[in-house]
Design a protein around this ligand. Sequence first.
Ligand SMILES: Cc1cc2nc3c(=O)[nH]c(=O)nc-3n(C[C@H](O)[C@H](O)[C@H](O)COP(=O)(O)OP(=O)(O)OC[C@H]3O[C@@H](n4cnc5c(N)ncnc54)[C@H](O)[C@@H]3O)c2cc1C
Length: 407
Amino acid sequence: MPFTPTRSAGFDRLQAFLPDAGRQYAETRNYDDGPGRGNVSQLSPWLHTGLLREHEVLEATLREHGARAAEKFGNEIFWRVYFKGYLEQRPSIWRSYCQQRDTALTALDRNAGDRTAYEEATEGRTGIGAFDYWAQELIETGYLHNHARMWFASIWIFTLKLDWTLGADFFLRHLVDGDAASNTLSWRWVGGLHTKGKTYLATKDNIARYIGRHPDGPLDAEGLATDASALTEPEDHGRQAPDLPGPAGSESYAEPYALLLHDEAASHVPLDLPKPPALVIGAARPGARSPLPTAKPLRSFARDAVANGTEAARKAWSCPHAEWSPQTPLSDLLTPHGIDLVVTPFLPTGWTRDALWPALAPLAEEGRLVQVLPDLQRATWPHATAGFFGVKKKIETAMREARIVGA
Ligand SMILES: Cc1cc2nc3c(=O)[nH]c(=O)nc-3n(C[C@H](O)[C@H](O)[C@H](O)COP(=O)(O)OP(=O)(O)OC[C@H]3O[C@@H](n4cnc5c(N)ncnc54)[C@H](O)[C@@H]3O)c2cc1C
């Protein structure tokens, strides 16, 4: 399915999928029917870039199916919100992932055997037919079905015995929806680091069962590991209370401000700003996902999403706009317009924040940065302290707090 980086294309996909987002989704979502699949939404690229917001998708699903039939799909949307909230409260997981990835990449240069195994895995030449197919599908399309992501990560860790951070990095360099929280924490979940000691083992029978309708099937999955002993790590990633911005009242917008859109929030529409900005700035940093080159489909999607979102905001408010490239000091964009204040959708833990924060931190210290956190995240994240169950039992309350119509 082509991913077009506009808000209207995201809505088109949502509208096309909505009739299937109820019981049909609950019954069939685990089946990977190949690249022509229609049983899952494939909305993740639009959700990741904030061209569509979780809030809007939940409301549309509730409207179409009612609370009961929409429950399964809604839960999956909440997995995304949960993972973001969990990482926000344990940012050391992201830092240690980046360090371990960099160490593992350097170590490949010293070990020819590991280098060969890594290249075979990332080029789809391991000889395990299903795994090689998914590697190619990921490279060609920038997307994998959730079950294929689980099988792939499990085979990577337990059969090929490669470092999990290299696999997570491979995903981030190719997935159009690549997300610091969902990706890192899912890989950790498969390896037994998220739910301590509980791993996910891919088996030939399970794969055969859920790819039965695959047009290129059956995909061979011989020789998989039969044991999945949990990975361990030296660091204990203790929880820290997140430094979340409070609700931004209209006094926050008292002076002329620049609205900053970025790879995780490329549209102004869901923000519901009380006052128009005097300048719109777009900053896309897809190259910051990895020290290695990132794939073209995700780079184009991220850059065009931000460019299209910035253009839409410029049109909506008839204000000037600018692209903030990594080489340009932010003050070069603000000073000519006499603007001191920057308003931006919340920058969650991950590479976008890593790339933009050095320039934004001085503004934050001087009280010249307002971060806008959506109500759904504000209502949900306090419950994202341990397992997903803690969030699951608060879904209704969180949706009501976030004033989701139909909840
Ligand atoms: C190893 C691994 C790596 C992953 N990496 C990413 C990633 O980088 N970015 C990403 O968005 N998701 C990631 N996921 C989660 C999930 O696979 C994708 O969100 C989902 O496959 C996207 O396809 P979809 O939009 O068709 O999902 P649907 O089944 O249609 O679900 C709708 C939405 O709910 C959310 N969602 C669904 N399942 C999950 C889940 N298990 N965890 C978190 N959110 C979920 C997504 O936002 C998705 O778009 C990963 C899962 C695994 C096992």
